[in-house]
Design a protein around this ligand. Structure first.
Ligand code: TXA
Ligand code: MG
Length: 325
Protein backbone atom coordinates (compact mmCIF):
# COMPACT_ATOMS: atom_id res chain seq x y z
CA UNK A 1 0.00 0.00 0.00
CA UNK A 2 1.40 3.36 -1.00
CA UNK A 3 0.65 6.27 1.29
CA UNK A 4 0.97 9.46 -0.72
CA UNK A 5 -0.34 11.90 1.87
CA UNK A 6 -3.49 13.44 0.52
CA UNK A 7 -4.21 13.08 -3.18
CA UNK A 8 -4.19 16.12 -5.45
CA UNK A 9 -7.56 17.25 -6.85
CA UNK A 10 -7.13 18.59 -10.39
CA UNK A 11 -9.81 20.52 -12.26
CA UNK A 12 -10.53 19.06 -15.69
CA UNK A 13 -9.48 22.20 -17.56
CA UNK A 14 -6.57 22.29 -20.05
CA UNK A 15 -4.00 22.80 -17.28
CA UNK A 16 -5.44 20.05 -15.06
CA UNK A 17 -5.62 17.56 -17.91
CA UNK A 18 -2.02 18.34 -18.91
CA UNK A 19 -0.90 17.86 -15.29
CA UNK A 20 -2.79 14.55 -15.05
CA UNK A 21 -1.12 13.41 -18.29
CA UNK A 22 2.32 14.28 -16.85
CA UNK A 23 1.55 12.25 -13.72
CA UNK A 24 0.49 9.27 -15.81
CA UNK A 25 3.52 9.63 -18.06
CA UNK A 26 5.82 9.43 -15.05
CA UNK A 27 4.39 6.24 -13.57
CA UNK A 28 1.91 7.73 -11.08
CA UNK A 29 -1.72 6.72 -10.54
CA UNK A 30 -4.42 9.25 -11.46
CA UNK A 31 -8.18 8.77 -11.22
CA UNK A 32 -10.03 10.28 -14.18
CA UNK A 33 -13.63 10.62 -15.34
CA UNK A 34 -15.11 8.46 -18.07
CA UNK A 35 -18.74 8.50 -19.18
CA UNK A 36 -19.41 5.29 -17.19
CA UNK A 37 -17.58 5.63 -13.85
CA UNK A 38 -14.26 7.12 -12.70
CA UNK A 39 -11.24 4.96 -13.57
CA UNK A 40 -7.97 4.64 -11.65
CA UNK A 41 -5.39 5.07 -14.39
CA UNK A 42 -1.73 4.16 -14.79
CA UNK A 43 0.56 3.71 -17.80
CA UNK A 44 -0.47 0.25 -19.07
CA UNK A 45 3.01 -0.45 -20.44
CA UNK A 46 4.71 0.09 -17.07
CA UNK A 47 4.33 -2.84 -14.62
CA UNK A 48 5.50 -0.76 -11.66
CA UNK A 49 2.82 1.85 -12.37
CA UNK A 50 0.19 -0.87 -12.87
CA UNK A 51 1.20 -2.49 -9.58
CA UNK A 52 0.34 0.83 -7.88
CA UNK A 53 -3.27 0.43 -9.10
CA UNK A 54 -3.58 -3.02 -7.53
CA UNK A 55 -2.01 -1.77 -4.28
CA UNK A 56 -4.27 1.30 -4.01
CA UNK A 57 -7.41 -0.76 -4.68
CA UNK A 58 -6.24 -3.79 -2.69
CA UNK A 59 -7.30 -5.67 -5.79
CA UNK A 60 -6.48 -9.38 -6.23
CA UNK A 61 -3.47 -9.32 -8.49
CA UNK A 62 -4.58 -11.71 -11.15
CA UNK A 63 -7.56 -9.76 -12.41
CA UNK A 64 -6.95 -8.14 -15.78
CA UNK A 65 -7.50 -4.42 -16.39
CA UNK A 66 -9.05 -2.51 -19.27
CA UNK A 67 -6.57 -0.54 -21.43
CA UNK A 68 -8.05 2.82 -22.45
CA UNK A 69 -7.00 4.58 -25.66
CA UNK A 70 -8.05 7.84 -27.33
CA UNK A 71 -9.15 6.38 -30.64
CA UNK A 72 -9.86 3.24 -32.60
CA UNK A 73 -6.55 3.32 -34.50
CA UNK A 74 -4.66 3.10 -31.20
CA UNK A 75 -6.79 0.12 -30.15
CA UNK A 76 -6.03 -1.62 -33.45
CA UNK A 77 -2.32 -1.25 -32.72
CA UNK A 78 -2.82 -3.28 -29.51
CA UNK A 79 -5.26 -6.03 -30.42
CA UNK A 80 -6.48 -8.23 -33.25
CA UNK A 81 -10.04 -7.37 -34.33
CA UNK A 82 -12.18 -10.00 -36.04
CA UNK A 83 -15.32 -9.04 -38.00
CA UNK A 84 -17.53 -8.94 -34.92
CA UNK A 85 -15.03 -6.82 -32.97
CA UNK A 86 -14.67 -4.44 -35.93
CA UNK A 87 -18.43 -4.02 -36.26
CA UNK A 88 -18.87 -3.41 -32.52
CA UNK A 89 -15.96 -0.96 -32.34
CA UNK A 90 -17.28 1.00 -35.32
CA UNK A 91 -20.78 1.15 -33.89
CA UNK A 92 -20.04 1.92 -30.24
CA UNK A 93 -16.64 3.62 -29.92
CA UNK A 94 -16.09 6.06 -28.44
CA UNK A 95 -18.47 4.78 -25.81
CA UNK A 96 -19.28 2.47 -22.90
CA UNK A 97 -18.09 -0.77 -24.56
CA UNK A 98 -14.97 -2.83 -23.75
CA UNK A 99 -13.75 -5.40 -26.26
CA UNK A 100 -11.60 -8.34 -25.15
CA UNK A 101 -9.58 -9.37 -28.20
CA UNK A 102 -6.38 -11.37 -28.81
CA UNK A 103 -3.33 -9.21 -27.99
CA UNK A 104 -1.51 -8.16 -31.16
CA UNK A 105 2.20 -8.79 -31.85
CA UNK A 106 3.03 -5.18 -30.94
CA UNK A 107 0.80 -4.97 -27.87
CA UNK A 108 2.41 -2.72 -25.24
CA UNK A 109 -0.06 -3.50 -22.44
CA UNK A 110 2.12 -5.25 -19.87
CA UNK A 111 1.58 -8.78 -18.56
CA UNK A 112 0.54 -7.54 -15.15
CA UNK A 113 -2.26 -5.39 -16.63
CA UNK A 114 -3.37 -8.38 -18.74
CA UNK A 115 -2.98 -10.81 -15.83
CA UNK A 116 -0.74 -12.91 -18.04
CA UNK A 117 -3.52 -13.59 -20.58
CA UNK A 118 -3.07 -13.79 -24.34
CA UNK A 119 -5.99 -11.35 -24.69
CA UNK A 120 -6.29 -7.63 -24.02
CA UNK A 121 -9.35 -5.61 -22.94
CA UNK A 122 -9.61 -2.32 -24.90
CA UNK A 123 -11.92 0.66 -24.66
CA UNK A 124 -12.19 4.08 -26.27
CA UNK A 125 -14.18 6.07 -23.69
CA UNK A 126 -16.80 8.53 -24.88
CA UNK A 127 -16.18 11.65 -22.84
CA UNK A 128 -14.05 14.55 -23.99
CA UNK A 129 -11.92 14.83 -20.83
CA UNK A 130 -10.86 11.17 -20.93
CA UNK A 131 -10.05 11.30 -24.64
CA UNK A 132 -8.07 14.52 -24.27
CA UNK A 133 -6.14 12.96 -21.40
CA UNK A 134 -5.48 9.72 -23.29
CA UNK A 135 -4.36 11.60 -26.40
CA UNK A 136 -1.87 13.59 -24.31
CA UNK A 137 -0.51 10.46 -22.63
CA UNK A 138 -0.15 8.83 -26.05
CA UNK A 139 -0.01 5.32 -24.58
CA UNK A 140 -2.73 2.94 -23.37
CA UNK A 141 -3.86 3.73 -19.82
CA UNK A 142 -4.88 0.78 -17.67
CA UNK A 143 -7.85 1.66 -15.48
CA UNK A 144 -10.24 -0.31 -13.32
CA UNK A 145 -13.00 1.54 -11.53
CA UNK A 146 -11.47 3.93 -8.96
CA UNK A 147 -12.87 2.29 -5.81
CA UNK A 148 -11.40 -0.08 -3.25
CA UNK A 149 -11.83 -3.61 -4.50
CA UNK A 150 -15.32 -4.97 -3.84
CA UNK A 151 -16.84 -1.56 -3.08
CA UNK A 152 -19.32 0.54 -5.03
CA UNK A 153 -17.90 2.17 -8.19
CA UNK A 154 -17.36 5.98 -8.10
CA UNK A 155 -19.38 8.33 -10.28
CA UNK A 156 -17.79 11.57 -9.03
CA UNK A 157 -14.43 12.77 -7.66
CA UNK A 158 -15.73 12.85 -4.07
CA UNK A 159 -16.52 9.11 -4.27
CA UNK A 160 -12.98 8.45 -5.50
CA UNK A 161 -11.43 10.36 -2.61
CA UNK A 162 -13.73 8.69 -0.07
CA UNK A 163 -12.10 5.35 -1.01
CA UNK A 164 -8.61 6.27 -2.24
CA UNK A 165 -7.45 9.60 -0.77
CA UNK A 166 -3.79 9.29 0.12
CA UNK A 167 -3.43 6.11 -1.93
CA UNK A 168 -3.26 7.72 -5.40
CA UNK A 169 -1.37 10.72 -6.76
CA UNK A 170 -4.34 12.71 -8.05
CA UNK A 171 -7.95 12.75 -9.17
CA UNK A 172 -9.00 14.69 -12.26
CA UNK A 173 -12.40 16.16 -11.37
CA UNK A 174 -14.65 16.19 -14.43
CA UNK A 175 -18.00 16.24 -12.65
CA UNK A 176 -20.54 13.43 -12.56
CA UNK A 177 -20.22 10.38 -14.84
CA UNK A 178 -23.40 10.46 -16.95
CA UNK A 179 -23.91 6.73 -17.69
CA UNK A 180 -23.34 5.57 -14.11
CA UNK A 181 -22.71 1.85 -14.70
CA UNK A 182 -19.51 0.36 -16.10
CA UNK A 183 -18.90 -0.49 -19.72
CA UNK A 184 -20.35 -3.59 -21.33
CA UNK A 185 -17.55 -6.17 -21.74
CA UNK A 186 -17.70 -8.37 -24.87
CA UNK A 187 -15.07 -11.02 -25.72
CA UNK A 188 -14.28 -11.44 -29.43
CA UNK A 189 -11.71 -14.22 -29.37
CA UNK A 190 -12.36 -15.97 -32.66
CA UNK A 191 -15.52 -17.91 -31.83
CA UNK A 192 -18.92 -16.26 -31.43
CA UNK A 193 -18.66 -13.06 -29.34
CA UNK A 194 -19.65 -13.44 -25.70
CA UNK A 195 -21.11 -10.99 -23.21
CA UNK A 196 -18.78 -11.06 -20.17
CA UNK A 197 -20.44 -8.19 -18.29
CA UNK A 198 -23.66 -6.25 -19.04
CA UNK A 199 -23.10 -2.48 -18.91
CA UNK A 200 -23.67 0.88 -20.56
CA UNK A 201 -24.35 -0.54 -24.05
CA UNK A 202 -27.46 -2.73 -23.93
CA UNK A 203 -27.62 -6.31 -25.18
CA UNK A 204 -30.33 -5.26 -27.66
CA UNK A 205 -28.07 -2.56 -29.14
CA UNK A 206 -25.19 -5.05 -29.53
CA UNK A 207 -27.45 -7.64 -31.15
CA UNK A 208 -28.82 -5.06 -33.60
CA UNK A 209 -25.27 -4.47 -34.87
CA UNK A 210 -24.20 -8.12 -34.84
CA UNK A 211 -27.44 -9.34 -36.41
CA UNK A 212 -27.58 -12.37 -34.12
CA UNK A 213 -28.10 -13.43 -30.52
CA UNK A 214 -25.19 -12.62 -28.21
CA UNK A 215 -24.14 -15.59 -26.05
CA UNK A 216 -23.31 -15.15 -22.36
CA UNK A 217 -19.96 -16.19 -20.91
CA UNK A 218 -20.18 -19.64 -19.45
CA UNK A 219 -18.23 -19.41 -16.17
CA UNK A 220 -17.52 -23.16 -16.36
CA UNK A 221 -15.91 -23.17 -19.79
CA UNK A 222 -15.06 -19.51 -20.40
CA UNK A 223 -11.58 -19.17 -21.91
CA UNK A 224 -10.99 -16.21 -19.61
CA UNK A 225 -10.72 -15.99 -15.84
CA UNK A 226 -13.56 -14.59 -13.82
CA UNK A 227 -12.64 -10.99 -12.98
CA UNK A 228 -13.75 -9.16 -9.83
CA UNK A 229 -16.52 -7.43 -11.75
CA UNK A 230 -17.81 -10.93 -12.43
CA UNK A 231 -17.57 -12.22 -8.87
CA UNK A 232 -20.85 -12.98 -7.12
CA UNK A 233 -20.27 -10.50 -4.28
CA UNK A 234 -19.12 -7.13 -5.58
CA UNK A 235 -20.25 -3.51 -5.71
CA UNK A 236 -21.13 -3.99 -2.07
CA UNK A 237 -22.23 -1.24 0.32
CA UNK A 238 -21.75 -1.91 4.03
CA UNK A 239 -25.49 -2.37 4.58
CA UNK A 240 -27.22 -5.60 3.63
CA UNK A 241 -29.11 -5.28 0.34
CA UNK A 242 -32.63 -6.76 0.04
CA UNK A 243 -33.97 -7.03 -3.52
CA UNK A 244 -37.53 -6.92 -4.93
CA UNK A 245 -38.84 -5.07 -1.90
CA UNK A 246 -42.52 -4.11 -2.06
CA UNK A 247 -42.49 -2.53 1.39
CA UNK A 248 -39.89 -1.55 3.97
CA UNK A 249 -39.39 -1.55 7.74
CA UNK A 250 -38.95 1.79 9.56
CA UNK A 251 -35.29 1.01 10.30
CA UNK A 252 -34.45 0.28 6.66
CA UNK A 253 -33.23 2.58 3.91
CA UNK A 254 -35.18 2.39 0.64
CA UNK A 255 -33.95 2.45 -2.95
CA UNK A 256 -37.10 2.99 -4.99
CA UNK A 257 -37.80 2.98 -8.73
CA UNK A 258 -40.77 4.63 -10.42
CA UNK A 259 -42.26 5.60 -7.06
CA UNK A 260 -42.22 1.99 -5.75
CA UNK A 261 -42.22 0.97 -2.94
CA UNK A 262 -44.32 3.80 -1.53
CA UNK A 263 -42.94 4.14 1.96
CA UNK A 264 -43.77 6.69 4.60
CA UNK A 265 -41.42 6.39 7.54
CA UNK A 266 -38.06 4.88 6.77
CA UNK A 267 -34.52 5.88 7.71
CA UNK A 268 -33.75 7.21 4.23
CA UNK A 269 -35.34 6.94 0.80
CA UNK A 270 -34.07 7.68 -2.69
CA UNK A 271 -35.82 7.01 -5.99
CA UNK A 272 -33.49 5.97 -8.83
CA UNK A 273 -35.95 7.46 -11.30
CA UNK A 274 -39.40 8.63 -10.19
CA UNK A 275 -40.42 8.57 -13.87
CA UNK A 276 -39.22 4.97 -14.29
CA UNK A 277 -36.45 5.88 -16.76
CA UNK A 278 -33.68 3.23 -16.84
CA UNK A 279 -30.93 5.56 -18.13
CA UNK A 280 -31.65 7.96 -15.26
CA UNK A 281 -31.70 5.01 -12.84
CA UNK A 282 -28.30 3.76 -14.06
CA UNK A 283 -26.80 7.23 -13.69
CA UNK A 284 -28.04 7.46 -10.09
CA UNK A 285 -27.38 3.87 -8.98
CA UNK A 286 -23.94 3.98 -7.34
CA UNK A 287 -24.27 7.38 -5.70
CA UNK A 288 -27.68 6.34 -4.32
CA UNK A 289 -26.18 3.17 -2.83
CA UNK A 290 -23.39 5.24 -1.28
CA UNK A 291 -25.71 7.79 0.30
CA UNK A 292 -28.22 5.23 1.59
CA UNK A 293 -25.29 3.35 3.09
CA UNK A 294 -24.24 6.57 4.84
CA UNK A 295 -27.68 6.74 6.52
CA UNK A 296 -26.41 4.00 8.84
CA UNK A 297 -29.30 1.63 8.04
CA UNK A 298 -28.43 -2.04 8.48
CA UNK A 299 -30.46 -2.95 5.41
CA UNK A 300 -31.32 -1.31 2.07
CA UNK A 301 -34.66 -2.40 0.58
CA UNK A 302 -34.48 -2.20 -3.21
CA UNK A 303 -37.45 -2.07 -5.59
CA UNK A 304 -37.71 -4.42 -8.58
CA UNK A 305 -36.14 -2.98 -11.73
CA UNK A 306 -37.27 -4.18 -15.19
CA UNK A 307 -34.71 -6.52 -16.81
CA UNK A 308 -34.96 -4.71 -20.19
CA UNK A 309 -32.35 -2.36 -21.75
CA UNK A 310 -30.02 -0.86 -19.14
CA UNK A 311 -32.03 -2.75 -16.51
CA UNK A 312 -29.86 -5.81 -17.22
CA UNK A 313 -26.72 -3.96 -16.09
CA UNK A 314 -28.49 -2.33 -13.12
CA UNK A 315 -29.85 -5.69 -11.93
CA UNK A 316 -26.46 -7.35 -12.44
CA UNK A 317 -24.85 -4.79 -10.08
CA UNK A 318 -27.72 -5.02 -7.57
CA UNK A 319 -27.56 -8.84 -7.46
CA UNK A 320 -23.83 -8.63 -6.72
CA UNK A 321 -24.44 -5.99 -4.03
CA UNK A 322 -27.00 -8.37 -2.46
CA UNK A 323 -24.93 -11.56 -2.74
CA UNK A 324 -23.65 -13.22 0.45
CA UNK A 325 -20.27 -11.74 1.42
O1 TXA B 1 -16.65 1.37 -17.41
C1 TXA B 1 -15.68 0.67 -17.16
O2 TXA B 1 -15.48 -0.41 -17.73
C2 TXA B 1 -14.69 1.17 -16.10
C3 TXA B 1 -14.06 2.44 -16.67
C4 TXA B 1 -13.00 3.00 -15.76
O3 TXA B 1 -13.53 2.19 -17.94
N1 TXA B 1 -13.70 0.19 -15.80
C5 TXA B 1 -13.99 -0.96 -15.14
O4 TXA B 1 -12.90 -1.77 -14.93
O5 TXA B 1 -15.10 -1.26 -14.75
P1 TXA B 1 -12.90 -2.99 -13.95
O6 TXA B 1 -11.48 -3.39 -13.80
O7 TXA B 1 -13.66 -2.69 -12.72
O8 TXA B 1 -13.63 -4.12 -14.77
C6 TXA B 1 -13.01 -4.68 -15.93
C7 TXA B 1 -13.66 -6.00 -16.26
C8 TXA B 1 -13.37 -7.02 -15.20
O9 TXA B 1 -14.53 -7.76 -14.94
C9 TXA B 1 -12.26 -7.87 -15.82
O10 TXA B 1 -12.23 -9.17 -15.32
C10 TXA B 1 -12.63 -7.82 -17.30
O11 TXA B 1 -13.09 -6.50 -17.50
N2 TXA B 1 -11.47 -8.07 -18.16
C11 TXA B 1 -10.40 -7.28 -18.38
N3 TXA B 1 -9.50 -7.87 -19.20
C12 TXA B 1 -10.02 -9.07 -19.51
C13 TXA B 1 -9.57 -10.16 -20.31
N4 TXA B 1 -8.41 -10.13 -20.96
N5 TXA B 1 -10.36 -11.24 -20.39
C14 TXA B 1 -11.55 -11.26 -19.74
N6 TXA B 1 -12.03 -10.28 -18.96
C15 TXA B 1 -11.28 -9.20 -18.85
MG1 MG C 1 -14.86 -2.30 -10.68
Amino acid sequence: MNDLGSSLRLLADAAGIAEAARFLGSGCTVAFPTETVYGLGADASDPVAVARIYAAKERPRFNPLIAHVAEFASAQAQGVFDDAALALAKAFWPGPLTLVVPAGPNCTVCDLARAGLASVALRVPGNAVARDLLARVGRPVAAPSANRSGRVSPTCAAHVLADLDGRISAVLDGGTAPVGVESTVVACLGGPPRLLRPGGVTRAALERVLGYHLADADPGTAPVPIGPGLLASHYAPRARVRLHAVSAAPDEAVLAFGGIPETVEVLARLDLSPAGDLAEAAANLFSALRSLDASGAASIAVASIPETGLGEAINDRLRRAAAPR
